[in-house]
Design a protein around this ligand. Structure first.
Ligand code: CO
Ligand code: ZN
Length: 333
């Protein structure tokens, strides 16, 4: 079932730069569906199915998640950390985390000059239940990375877990490819290190030289109490990107996706983000430029431990993508 695959992928360990575990989970689902699966030098996982049209479509979603890297272990066994990607200290406080080797930790703050307002990562530490430096060093080393401890919550139509950003995009890609009937060469690229600056997607696009790219990522939300204004709501359909702070999607590419949505009667909303970017920008600027677009999955509480999506939106993203893959004509100027 689709939801079981989502749960499996979203709960796999994989902060930026340490994507091996999650890539193995993803590989299990995609390998039976394609002609070849390989890694490039950065660790991007690339699945390729040959086509007959002579055109190449690249689907991409980042498989890395935000996290923490151990910088210091003190005399009493507490870990100090730096952030890997956009971690908000207020969202991390008193959350559970887990390391690649399964060691669990709890995040708390210095209490002497207790000030929530000025809280930053330097005031936080991770308690792994060790009573001394020696004990801690048996469990964790400097340079190890932790992520939010995954807690997959199934509310029926809506589901929540850390790392929905962007494992839900990875799952949408796989599910859409399963449903699609396409004559094009398709490359499904599960990219690395998006959370630290879209580092993986660009090199993958350079190697593949796609005629068309659809990137998948989560987007922000504006439909919760007193939220900052973002014209995106959960349950109102796939979010087809118009613009974010890193990219303006060519009108032809956006209209192509919207025509697919209209053809199959899938709900969609237009996404315009004042802040934040995605791999789409890195793909767009590869080589002499790539016709790149983006389907975003509306997601509440992005970069928290409780990122939430609506399955109706997720399924709309799947169906629009399957339709796009089946089209003979791809967008161009
Ligand atoms: Co993110
Ligand atoms: Zn993302």
């Amino acid at each position: 079932m689709f939801k079981d695959m989502i749960k499996d992928i979203v709960t796999s360990y994989g902060p930026a730069g340490r994507e091996t575990t999650v890539s193995k989970t993803i590989r299990k689902y995609i390998e039976p569906l394609v002609d070849e699966v390989y890694y490039d030098a950065l660790g991007n996982l690339i699945a390729h199915k040959k086509g007959t049209s002579g055109k190449k479509i690249m689907l991409s979603a980042h498989m890395d998640q935000i996290g923490f890297i151990v910088t210091d272990i003190d005399e009493n066994g507490f870990l100090r950390v730096a952030t890997v990607g956009g971690v908000n200290p207020h969202m991390v406080l008193s959350q559970g985390v887990v390391f690649e080797n399964g060691v669990k930790g709890l995040v708390y703050m210095e209490t002497k000059d207790l000030s929530y307002a000025s809280l930053d990562i330097s005031k936080l530490f991770i308690d792994i239940g060790a009573a001394s430096k020696e004990e801690a060093e048996k469990l964790v080393e400097i340079g190890d990375m932790a992520v939010y401890r995954p807690d997959f919550v199934d509310m029926g139509k809506r589901i929540s877990c850390a790392a929905m950003d962007d494992r839900i995009g990875c799952a949408v890609m796989i599910e859409a490819f399963k449903k699609a009937n396409t004559e094009h060469d398709v490359y499904l690229v599960f990219t690395v290190q998006e959370e630290v600056g879209c580092r993986g997607a660009g090199v993958a696009a350079y190697a593949i030289e796609p005629d068309f790219n659809i990137n998948f990522d989560v987007t922000s939300f504006g439909d919760t109490p007193n939220a900052t204004f973002v014209n995106i709501s959960l349950g109102k359909g796939a979010a087809i990107k118009v613009m974010d702070s890193s990219v303006i999607v060519p009108k032809a590419a956006r209209e192509f996706l919207e025509s697919c949505a209209n053809e199959i009667g899938a709900k969609f909303q237009r996404e315009i983000l004042r802040a934040g970017g995605t791999d789409t920008s890195a793909v767009q600027k590869s080589r002499c430029g790539v016709m790149a677009s983006c389907i975003s999955i509306p997601c509440r509480y992005v970069h928290s431990q409780v990122e939430m999506v609506d399955m109706d939106d997720v399924n709309a993203c799947v169906d629009i993508t399957a339709c796009a893959l089946s089209r003979k004509e791809l967008p161009g100027f």
